[in-house]
Ligand binder design. Sequence first.
Ligand SMILES: Cc1cc2nc3c(=O)[nH]c(=O)nc-3n(C[C@H](O)[C@H](O)[C@H](O)COP(=O)(O)OP(=O)(O)OC[C@H]3O[C@@H](n4cnc5c(N)ncnc54)[C@H](O)[C@@H]3O)c2cc1C
Length: 634
Amino acid sequence: MRFSWLLEKTSLLTSVFGTTETSIDESDSSVKQVAIIGAGAAGSSAAYHLRRYAEEAGIPINITVFEKTDRIGGRTLTVNVYDDPLSPVELGASIFIDANHILVNATRAFNLSTAKPGTDEKGDLAIWDGNHFVFRQQSNSWGWWNLAKLFWKYGTAPYYTDKLMRETVATFVKLYQAPYFPFRSLSERAYELGLTKITGLTGEQFLAEKEIDSKYAHDIVQASTRVNYASNLARIHGLGAMVSMAPEGAMQVTGGNWQIFSKMVEASNARILPNSPVTSIELKESADPDSKAPKYVIKTASPGSWAGRAETHSVAFDDVVIATPYQFSGIKNANNLIEQPIDDIPYATLHVTLFASPFRFSTQFFKLAPASEVPTSVLTTLAEGDGDADGAGLAGFYSATLVKVVTNPKTLNTEYVYKIFSPEKVSPEFLSSLLGVTVPDTFTGPAGASGEEGTEVVEPISWYHPTVFHPYPVKYPRVTFQEPILRDGLYYTSGIESFISTMETSALMGMNVARLIVDDYLASSSPAETNATDSSNATDSSNATGTTEPVALQVEHEQYVLEEQQNEVPEGYGQPLAEQEEQAKVLESHEEPIAVQQEQDHAPESHEEPVVEQEEQNEVPSIQDDPVVEQKEL
Ligand SMILES: Cc1cc2nc3c(=O)[nH]c(=O)nc-3n(C[C@H](O)[C@H](O)[C@H](O)COP(=O)(O)OP(=O)(O)OC[C@H]3O[C@@H](n4cnc5c(N)ncnc54)[C@H](O)[C@@H]3O)c2cc1C
């Protein structure tokens, strides 16, 4: 995933700095130059769709993607268990669903195989409140709620919640279609679609308004919002809560979801500049006083270079897309280029702890009888007395899930890879208690080492990979969102994250911005069409709030035309309907991995600490050390 395909394919990647020469023909002013900052879901989708739309419109275009790291995918990333490339596991965004049309279509277009999340390992899914299990069902993936079982415990609430979720998703996907697509104002579109009535309330308020039983909301919906958005129901808006309950058809790309975005960038034929953190975007002085369209110049810095070492990129860009949360990007707003500054928004802090162990969860930890079966997937909710507190409450974590069964390369024994989501770093005491064995402060004991005469020491943890993310915004209720157009020729994708934060929604915003850019080129090159646009705008009855959208240029994008959503209730209430995902996520916000541990030496015996991405670890830290957390993205 690291750009090796590019190196093979072209010689464009020589160096971002100094003598880099590219094949871009900058002398031809009819060729539009577009810069995309960030190669995550949003930037990759923007590049992919820009190429497609520009080709359809016959507009010559050069696309340059600036990426701070050496890989594509952003918060969509895998790590290899035991450092084995044949054993990848999702560290970031792990699932998407049937309704995620951009991602699903891309997997088909690029022949990427998908699988349902979860393992073949038999085990239950359960919801723990720190004292006892409030719900438990048989399932080898927490992706499936057993509606019959839910009905038995919660009556009709699961049915009505599911109906509500389907109606909400059906409304949301209208954003993909004309006349709602493309959109210059997300706030206006959300309002037009009635979605601000849902984002303006907490999940708790929304469900209460819809007369959903509060016990069901507390136990099941809240378990979903916690695993999806690290948020309790009183702190997440209604749309976030509904999305958390929409895991039907959950899937992931075999080998890693990042491949979708890598393929998108490859298909876009963009020039990729890895290890190129953009530090500022500035207006280029125009040599032509009559020129109305602004041109932008971009400065980058070498990672780790001293402050003054910014390099000005040689191309003057007609359009620039900022495809990363601005507050973590390190991009300066030089000379007040962005007149209405992009608001900082609160992001969740999430510790994602991956580890391999020969042990299953302890019965004692979950207050079960010694010989009883322990769940393999544990979601959590608040306990009585926790109130509607922030954080994980008495349970102390949001989820703990068995995600993969592997063979320890040293012992050749079967081990289990677990993923824990928690607001705080997990401690050795917690892990010891969860696994029912003593987990030392450091995992430095060699695997299979002999202890007392004739006794083999079994390592409680053979591979450990902790990471701290700013995975998505805290989805507090709100009715306005950062808009995609910052000024003429300058676009922003991450505003959608406080609406819904997922790979798909970032990809949708990337596609939206691509459409806007090409529509604007079309409008500026054809006065007749521009006029048509203006007049159609005036008569766009759907545009109740006066969006200045070039409706005449809103083409139907055949591949994204969706089937009418099924609003009717699912057949056979009581059947498994909702497939809820392990890292379930459907959406997300503005989240940046605060600190992403990359390029770690995954020697099984090393106990690694969350560190800021690209930061060198010089010593094996103790598990009790504080993770290094930085307010920067991945
Ligand atoms: C632990 C975790 C679990 C998640 N689970 C799911 C899930 O199951 N399903 C789901 O759909 N979503 C999930 N998400 C959310 C999902 O990952 C994000 O919503 C989505 O990937 C955001 O994509 P993006 O392109 O908008 O931003 P990012 O992925 O953050 O991409 C931004 C890119 O810009 C680059 N960049 C930043 N600053 C600069 C700069 N100055 N110059 C150049 N490049 C820069 C970054 O390196 C990065 O590559 C999860 C996220 C996390 C962290």
